[in-house]
Design a protein around this ligand. Structure first.
Ligand code: FAD
Length: 503
C-alpha cells in the first residue's frame, strides 16, 4: 500500500495544534490533522454527547474499567467513581508512579474537558518564564488575538453577587478577604450568558448540571467550535480522528514518514498506515509530543535529537485541597462546574499562589470549599524511554510536589486560622489534606529555546516543529491554555513567513 502524502501534518487537535492548522489552512497549505481520540459530535442513546460527573459512563474516560475522578472520595466514601466499559472516552489519566496527568482525548484535546478558565499570565512572570520571547509583542498582539479567537468572556459581576450558581465562590471569597487576601474574577470560554439562562431555566443545563471534566453538552466554546471550525472552514484542513501517531522517521529527501495506528471506538486496531509530509507540527500536548520525540531519538529514528528532548517538565505547581465550612456557611446544592473566581496571592515574593475556587458539583450541600492552587514549584521532571513498554515514562517523585504543598499550606493555614475553619481530610482517598499526586497542567518536555529554537523549530531537523504546552518550561503562574494558544499564534506567524512554501 502506497503511503498517503500531505504537504503539512499536524499531530493532535488541542490548542497549539488548532492554531497551527488554522494558520496553515488560511495560507493555502493542505494540512492533515491526526487525533488519537474520537470526534465528539454525535449524541448517544440518551440524546447527549457527553456524560456528567454524577452518572459517568463509558464516554467519560479513555480505555479504563473504572472512572478516576480527581476527588477520589467524600466522607471517605468512594462515591464519585463508577465501573465502566473500556471505550475511547474523553478524559484520560496517564499514570507515572508518583504523578498522574489528566488530559483530554478527542477532537479539541483539553478544551473538551477543562474548566474553561481563560487567564492571561502576569506580564512580569511571563517575562521571567520565557525571557527570550518579546513580551511587548505577546501582550500587544498575540494574547489579545488568542483571547478573541477563543471567545473569552467575563462574568456579569452583578449577577455573580446574587446568583445561586456561585454561592460557593462567595463563601470562599469571604473567608479569603477576612484573612487579608484579594480575589479576582477569572475570564472564561464558557458562555456566561448561557449559564445565566441555565439558572433561569430557559435552556438545557450543562455547567449547572455537573458537567465539566467529562465534557460539556452546552455552553462551552471548545476548540471544535472556534479554531478547529475555522481551520476546517478554510477548505484546506482535514481531521482524521481515532488515529494515533506511533512513530516519526525522516526519509532520504528530508521529508517525514509517520506510522499511524487507527482504532475503532472500542479499541480494536483497524490498521497501521504510513503518511508522509514535508512540514510536520507536533501538537500532541506535553505528554504526547514529548513521548513522540523521546521515542524517535532513543529508537534511532531521529538520531540528531539532543539531550534537551524530554527535559524541563513541570506541573504548573498544581495542588488541590478542601476546607470545611462552618455549618451556617451554606454553599447550597447548585454549584457551577466552571470556576469564576481565584485567590490571587501571586505577588507574594516568597510563596506566590493563585488558587482557583473550584466547585464540588455534587448536587447537594457539601459544607466544603475546594481549591486548585497554582504555585511556583521549581522542581522539574524528565522523560525516559522504556523499550519494553515502547513508552516515554515521566521521572517524578512525590517529594518534588512538596514545594507546592508548602506554598499552599502557608496561605490556607492563615485563612483557616483567621476564620476558625480546618482542612477536609476525606477527599483524596486517604487522610491527606493536600493532593499533589496529579496535575491538570502538564507543561514542558520540549522547552522553547532548549529542545527547539525560539519559534518551536526542533533543533537538529528542518521543517519539524513543536506547537503545544511542551514548549513552556513547567510553569505559567495561571491556567495555561491562553498562553499555549498565544505562543502558538506567535510561532506559526514566523514559521509561515520564513519556512513554509505557500502556493
Ligand atoms: P492538548 O489540549 O492536551 O491536546 C493534545 C491532543 O493530542 C489531545 O487531543 C490528544 O488526544 C492528542 N494526542 C496525543 N498524542 C497523540 C498521538 N501520538 N497521535 C495523535 N494524537 C495525539 N487550562 C486552562 O487554561 N484553564 C482551565 O480551566 C483548565 N482546566 C483544566 C481541567 C482539566 C480537567 C484538565 C485535564 C486540564 C485543564 N486545563 C485548563 C489545562 C488545559 O486543558 C491544557 O493546558 C491544554 O489543553 C494543553 O493544550 P495542548 O495544545 O498542549 O494539548
Amino acid at each position: 500500500q502506497a503511503a498517503e502524502h500531505s504537504p503539512a501534518v499536524v499531530i493532535g487537535t488541542g490548542y497549539g495544534a488548532a492554531v497551527t492548522a488554522l494558520r496553515l489552512g488560511s495560507a493555502g497549505v493542505p494540512t492533515v490533522m491526526l487525533e488519537m481520540g474520537r470526534l465528539w459530535n454525535t449524541p448517544a442513546e440518551d440524546g447527549k454527547i457527553f456524560s456528567d460527573m454524577l452518572a459517568p459512563d463509558r464516554r467519560a474516560m479513555w480505555f479504563t474499567d473504572r472512572t478516576e475522578a480527581p476527588l477520589a472520595s467524600f466522607l471517605w466514601l468512594d462515591i464519585a467513581n463508577r465501573d465502566i466499559e473500556p471505550y475511547a472516552g474523553v478524559l484520560d489519566r496517564v499514570d507515572y508512579g508518583d504523578m498522574s496527568v489528566y488530559v483530554g482525548r478527542g477532537v479539541g484535546g483539553g478544551s473538551l474537558v477543562n474548566g474553561a478558565m481563560a487567564v492571561t499570565p502576569k506580564r512580569w512572570y511571563f517575562e521571567q518564564v520565557l525571557p527570550e520571547v518579546d513580551a511587548e509583542e505577546m501582550y500587544g498582539r498575540y494574547f489579545p488575538l488568542a483571547n478573541s479567537m477563543l471567545g473569552t468572556n467575563h462574568i456579569d459581576e452583578d449577577w455573580f453577587e446574587t446568583c445561586d450558581s456561585y454561592q460557593f465562590a462567595r463563601v470562599s471569597r469571604a473567608a479569603a478577604h477576612k484573612a487579608g487576601y484579594k480575589t479576582t474574577f477569572v475570564p472564561s470560554v464558557y458562555d456566561f450568558d448561557y449559564m445565566r439562562r441555565e439558572e433561569n431555566g430557559l435552556v438545557p443545563r450543562s455547567a449547572l448540571a455537573s458537567e465539566v471534566i467529562y465534557g460539556n453538552n452546552h455552553g462551552k466554546r471548545s476548540l471544535d467550535q472556534t479554531y478547529l471550525a475555522a481551520a476546517v472552514g478554510t477548505g484546506n484542513v482535514t481531521i482524521q480522528a481515532l488515529s494515533e501517531v506511533r512513530d516519526i522517521a525522516q526519509q532520504q529527501d528530508g521529508s517525514y514518514a509517520l506510522s499511524v495506528r487507527r482504532i475503532d471506538e472500542l479499541g480494536n486496531v483497524l490498521d497501521v498506515r504510513q503518511l508522509t509530509t514535508e512540514y510536520l507540527f507536533l501538537g500532541a500536548g506535553s505528554l504526547g509530543s514529548t513521548e513522540l520525540l523521546v521515542r524517535a531519538r532513543d529508537t534511532g529514528k531521529l538520531p540528531n535529537l539532543g539531550e534537551a528532548v524530554g527535559e524541563g517538565w513541570g506541573t504548573n505547581g498544581n495542588v488541590m485541597l478542601g476546607r470545611a465550612n462552618h455549618v451556617q456557611d451554606l454553599v447550597g446544592p447548585l454549584e457551577s462546574g466552571m470556576p469564576a473566581l481565584g485567590i490571587d496571592a501571586w505577588e507574594d515574593p516568597v510563596n506566590p499562589v493563585f488558587a482557583e475556587i473550584a466547585p464540588v458539583p455534587a448536587g447537594l450541600e457539601t459544607w466544603a470549599s475546594l481549591y486548585l492552587a497554582i504555585t511556583r514549584n521549581p522542581e522539574r521532571g524528565s522523560f525516559r524511554y522504556e523499550p519494553g513498554a515502547d513508552r516515554a515514562v515521566l521521572q517524578w517523585r512525590e517529594e518534588q510536589g512538596q514545594p507546592s504543598i508548602d506554598a499552599a499550606k502557608q496561605l490556607f493555614d492563615r485563612i483557616n486560622s483567621v476564620n476558625g475553619t480546618s482542612y477536609r481530610y476525606d477527599l483524596f482517598g486517604d487522610t491527606r489534606a493536600f493532593e499533589n499526586r496529579f496535575t491538570y497542567h502538564p507543561l514542558g518536555g520540549l522547552v522553547l529555546g532548549e529542545a527547539t529554537d525560539l519559534y518551536g523549530r526542533v533543533k537538529g531537523y528542518r521543517n519539524l516543529y513543536v506547537t503545544d504546552g511542551s514548549l513552556i518550561p513547567g510553569s505559567t503562574g495561571v491556567n495555561p491554555f491562553v498562553t499555549i494558544t498565544a505562543l502558538a499564534e506567535r510561532n506559526i506567524a514566523r514559521v509561515l513567513a520564513e519556512d513554509v512554501r505557500t502556493r
